[in-house]
Design a protein around this ligand. Structure first.
Ligand SMILES: [Zn+2]
Length: 247
């Protein structure tokens, strides 16, 4: 498969360039490797910071895919083989974008609640098996990988529980995408009064109460039963009981 990057030319036109070809020897994510990269970015090269080499970007992508595959293998085992899961992850379109190109590509976000704060969007899942990750000047490669993992989390929510994904509010969607980073013990700072901040608070609280001691698959499957933030909150606080806990 190939990885692509979106670039903006002088006259505001988006240019799509393939920058790396990946190779998979067996149906096993550990055999996923970079087969070749475009050695020369030519006239487009100046649009992204020099730390974002084709090789470095391809490596971040591969690491993100391995992380997701590792977390979800058990979660989807009842319906997909390890190979099915890998194919689904690899088939999703994944694009990096120069900061300027991302400005033209990024979605317009509607506030979930009237009092919500504005926040800068640097990556998104497009609800149609496509992910875009911007490459800001001041980000590290670790940040880029983290955003890739987050957006792949949205993709997995869509792939694994499409009806729940479509019906879920913004906070629930972020709860699903943030689950991996919370599992990894990352304590990232999100702007207060945003879906991400609410999702993080809910997960921290859930891990102390209802989800305590459960493995990733159990947590994920429990969370996919909720479509509304209020219901998840009530469940965590013991005010709402869901199947199969019902007497
Ligand atoms: Zn998100």
């Amino acid at each position: 498969m190939t990885l692509e990057i979106l670039l903006r030319t002088e006259n505001d036109r988006l240019v799509q360039k393939y920058f790396a070809r990946l190779d998979l020897k067996e149906a096993d994510p550990s055999t996923l490797s970079v087969a070749s990269v475009v050695p020369n970015w030519g006239k487009y090269r100046h649009q992204i910071n020099q730390r974002y080499t084709p090789r470095a970007l391809a490596d971040q992508y591969i690491e993100s895919i391995k992380t997701l595959h590792g977390y979800f293998q058990d979660t989807v085992r009842h319906k997909w083989t390890s190979e099915d899961l890998l194919q689904k992850l690899l088939l999703a379109r994944f694009s990096y974008a120069s900061p300027a190109a991302y400005q033209l590509k990024k979605p317009v976000f509607v506030k979930e609640k009237p009092g919500d704060q504005e926040f800068t969007v640097v990556a998104n899942y497009n609800n149609n098996y496509g992910i875009y990750v911007s490459l800001p000047e001041d980000f590290t490669l670790g940040d880029i990988k983290r955003y890739g993992i987050h957006e792949l989390g949205h993709l997995m929510h869509h792939l694994d529980a499409p009806e729940n994904y479509r019906a879920s509010d913004a906070t629930i969607k972020e709860t699903m995408a943030l689950l991996i980073e919370v599992e990894q013990g990352m304590n990232l700072i999100y702007k207060k009064d945003t879906p991400h901040w609410r999702a993080q608070q809910l997960l921290i609280k859930a891990n102390r109460k209802k989800l305590r001691g459960k493995d990733f698959a159990e947590k994920w499957n429990t969370l996919t039963k909720f479509k509304k933030q209020k219901d998840l909150e009530d469940y965590i606080n013991g005010k709402l009981i869901i199947f199969p806990e019902e007497p």
